[in-house]
Design a protein around this ligand. Structure first.
Ligand code: TXA
Ligand code: MG
Length: 517
């Protein structure tokens, strides 16, 4: 798919947004700017569209999405028992960078809220988001438009970096105004509390409305076990490839001194700097800087709070693209949202994820050609990608009608050997009830094999699909069945291998998302 970039800097915005708005309404994915960051939008009422967002981002299924509306006209359809505070806060801050957690109705598919009884709603204050939401006239889920874990997108080019030709539309309205995501405010807890800091702070809320809310506190997720706070808080976020180190001057040492000493500690590495202009102007004159390979990305010294937040994600992405090993980023004390994102970009490890072991079972007829090839290809792929997945896969293959102990067919062995995979020691296995019961995922080669197994295990039919269905290629008719190359030429085996390889690759993406907990 070719991504169409709709630039709205010139021309009639409403006219330009017609096509993206109808696409959004139909269930297609449209990336668009808000005042905070770019969002990856989908019609919240269409489950398949929302599912697509999770898949595209590689987002864990338990991390709910924010529903975007132009205004509060239809809020009662989406939320119930709405407290009075909501209306007061709405008057004071909306449209604007404030997300409300409210009790949800049953209108939205479960997947939007990841099974929680609450829903997050916000009213973005940006001409494109406003117009798009009005034209589409449906609630729109829009997580930040970045691959999960990466820095959020504050320019259309960032969205292209992550999703080019994977989504039909990106609306480009230049750099976003604020640069950090909205404040998430929980209105379902005893006392309203901030779950994610943003530009609007607890102080702002008290001053403008008199409403007391608990400010954001880091330990929230660990200490409050009564109900899940913001599930998004527990995941690795905003992380560039490079290691990020915070640097900060104080009355004893200037920022420049600190930078120079950290620079010395990383003598063999290519450094990126994200600091204010004024400090850079002093630093660049230092001999130590002149001799080193340093890439700088600067923010304004006059308005460090706003400017650092505005540029943070762009800086992390640009410095990554410049190939630096380490990024020294200036801490701006008091800039709550910026510091929260920077802290998280610095966190070297994601919180320990419990390792899960799951079983995948490939089934064909004789377990001498297709299923052993599929299993071996999966293993090879898993070995390469394992690091990125919280799941350890155990891989098995079996045949519906076979005997134990047959070798893989010669051509299967030879076409896999061509790509460095050895299945010469494979021994066929007859499918057993036990194997079926123990597998978490069963992938058959054909639809008739799938039907047979589903009839056998009706109560677990969800875990049985054809390989193409797992790989989500069921629309492409030709891809549905992997046909049996048995007794045919080596060339046919090679084609089967290529087909399996492509399917395994998408299967890997899909199941690691679905099974990540
Ligand atoms: O500024 C923003 O809010 C941007 C723009 C595009 O609108 N969107 C955004 O979405 O940041 P996302 O998906 O990247 O972050 C949503 C955050 C996550 O931390 C998620 O866990 C939390 O909101 N969240 C969503 N629904 C929730 C709920 N029902 N209860 C608690 N937290 C929720
Ligand atoms: Mg995000």
């Amino acid at each position: 798919m070719k991504t169409e970039v709709v630039r709205v800097s010139t021309g009639n915005v409403a006219e330009l947004l017609q096509a993206p708005a109808s696409a959004l309404r139909r269930g297609e994915i449209v990336a668009f700017p808000t005042e905070t960051v770019y969002g990856l939008g989908a019609n919240a009422l269409i489950e398949a569209a929302v599912q697509q967002i999770f898949l595209l981002k590689g987002r864990p299924q338990d991390n709910p999405l924010i529903v975007h509306l132009a205004d509060k006209t239809k809020i009662e359809q989406l939320a119930k028992n709405i407290p009075q505070e909501f209306y007061q806060l709405y008057e004071a801050f909306c449209p604007g960078p404030l997300t409300f957690i409210l009790e949800k109705t049953d209108l939205l598919p479960e997947i939007v809220s990841a099974g929680l009884s609450t829903v997050a709603i916000r009213f973005p204050d940006q001409r494109v988001s406003q117009e798009l939401l009005r034209l589409a006239d449906v609630p729109v889920v829009a997580p930040s438009a970045n691959i999960s874990g990466r820095p959020s997108a504050t320019r259309a080019s960032h969205v292209l970096d992550d999703f080019e030709d994977k989504i039909p539309f990106i609306v480009d309205d230049g750099a976003t105004e604020l640069g950090v995501e909205s404040t998430v405010l929980d209105l379902c807890s005893q006392v309203p509390r901030i779950l994610r800091p943003g530009v609007i702070t607890a102080d702002d809320i008290r001053v403008r409305t008199g409403i007391e809310v608990l400010p954001f506190s880091e330990g929230l997720n660990e200490t409050d076990l009564r109900r899940p706070a913001s599930p998004g808080l527990k995941y690795r976020h905003y992380s560039p490839e490079a290691k990020v180190i915070q640097v900060c001057g104080d009355h004893e040492k200037s920022l420049e001194t600190v930078v120079l000493s950290v620079l010395k500690q990383h003598s063999n590495q290519k450094l990126g700097l994200f600091i204010n202009e004024e400090s850079w102007n002093k630093l660049r004159l230092e001999a130590d800087i002149g001799e080193r390979e340093v890439v700088e990305y600067l923010f304004s010294a006059e308005n460090p709070h706003g400017s650092a937040a505005h540029e943070l994600y762009a800086a992390l992405r640009a410095l990554d693209a410049a190939g630096v090993d380490v990024i020294l980023a200036e801490a701006v004390p008091g800039a709550e949202a910026y510091m929260n994102r920077l802290d998280r970009a610095c966190a070297s490890e994601s919180p320990p994820v419990q390792e899960q072991v799951k079983k995948i079972l490939f089934v064909c007829t004789g377990n001498t050609c297709r299923s052993p090839m599929a299993a071996a290809l999966f293993n090879a792929y898993a070995e390469e990608k394992q690091q990125a997945s919280p799941i350890r896969w155990r891989v098995l293959s079996a045949g519906l009608h076979t005997m134990d102990g047959l070798a893989a067919s010669d051509h299967a062995v030879s076409v896999l050997r061509e790509i460095g995979i050895d299945i010469s020691r494979h021994k066929s296995a007859q499918l057993t009830e036990e194997m079926l019961a123990e597998a978490d995922i069963i992938a058959t080669m054909t639809r008739s094999q799938r039907d047979l197994l589903q009839a056998f295990l009706p109560e677990q039919e969800n875990k049985i699909k054809t390989l193409s269905e797992w790989a989500l290629e069921q629309e492409a008719d030709f891809a549905r069945d992997v046909s049996d190359p048995f007794a045919q030429s080596e060339a046919v085996y090679r084609e089967t291998r290529n087909q399996l390889q492509a399917l395994i690759e998408s299967l890997w993406q899909q199941i690691n998302l679905l099974h990540a907990e």
